[in-house]
Design a protein. Structure first.
Length: 258
């Protein structure tokens, strides 16, 4: 069975400033994402990967190009239509958690659904599902100040996953976590990706986290530099080794890798 193409990025440009102060963050970037894919995006600081993710999340408007999600050009949306589409179609997992301190874990997770007027009974059913995925059943009445970093990130992940989003975006989700907690989070995200067929795009600098992905795009100077795909029977450790090699060569400035 041929997988459906869920996301198309076409000749995407994003610039900041004017004249001599103009900076090109994205330079004609193009790629597709298949439904159910777990895509990693890697690159050095300043390469454009976070700008790309924020364009996909509709938090930044590109200077030119198209972003088609299920055939809908996100670059043409604005105002209430954009807010509604963003809230109902895209989930976002932040590096800094972005939890509301005065809300419980339960309330933080439910917030996206309640903001879009999902019936409470339906929202509670969705809560049970994502809470189970993330191992949060015993923490639902706790407040963020009572949680560890890993528990906060699992809460943020549950919030990003709770709806029927077509696409879930993650910005350095392991960036604030120690290696053990990061591995636990990635194990859970990988399991969700496989069992619930969620489409995930993750920006990361961490080769270990990236090894959970099915494909990696390496971004350099706002353009696509290289791509790695995990082979069907390839172990995660073997894929990690290939990613680490590419990251090293990327830092060394070689033009062609693998």
């Amino acid at each position: 069975m041929t997988a459906t193409r869920i996301l198309e990025v076409k000749a995407l440009y994003k610039s900041y400033g004017q004249g001599a102060n103009r900076t090109e963050a994205l330079r004609g970037l193009s790629f597709d994402v298949l439904e159910g894919e777990f895509l990693g995006i890697m690159g050095a600081s300043g390469s454009g990967k976070t700008t790309l993710l924020n364009c996909l999340a509709t938090m930044l408007k590109p200077s030119s190009g198209q972003i088609l999600l299920q055939g809908q050009d996100l670059t043409t949306l604005s105002g209430p239509a954009l807010a509604d589409y963003r809230g109902q179609t895209i989930g976002y997992l932040f590096q800094e958690f972005e939890l509301l301190d005065n809300l419980t874990v339960r309330e933080n997770i439910l917030l996206p659904l309640l903001l879009h007027h999902t019936p409470r009974a339906e929202a509670e059913v969705s809560l049970q599902t994502v809470s189970g995925w993330m191992g949060l059943d015993d923490l639902l009445e706790q407040f963020p100040a009572q949680l560890s970093g890993g528990q906060k990130q699992r809460t943020a992940a549950a919030r990003a996953l709770i709806g029927q989003q077509s696409l879930v975006l993650a910005d350095e989700p392991t960036g604030q976590l120690d290696s053990v907690t990061a591995r636990q989070l990635m194990d859970r995200l990988s399991l969700i990706h496989q069992s619930a067929h969620k489409t995930l795009i993750m920006v990361t600098h961490d080769s270990a986290a990236a090894s959970f992905c099915s494909r990696i795009l390496f971004i350099r100077d706002g353009g696509l530099y290289h791509e790695l795909r995990r082979e069907q029977n390839e172990s995660r450790q073997a894929f990690y080794s290939r990613i680490a090699t590419t990251v090293t060569q990327l830092g060394g400035g070689q033009a062609h890798v693998l």
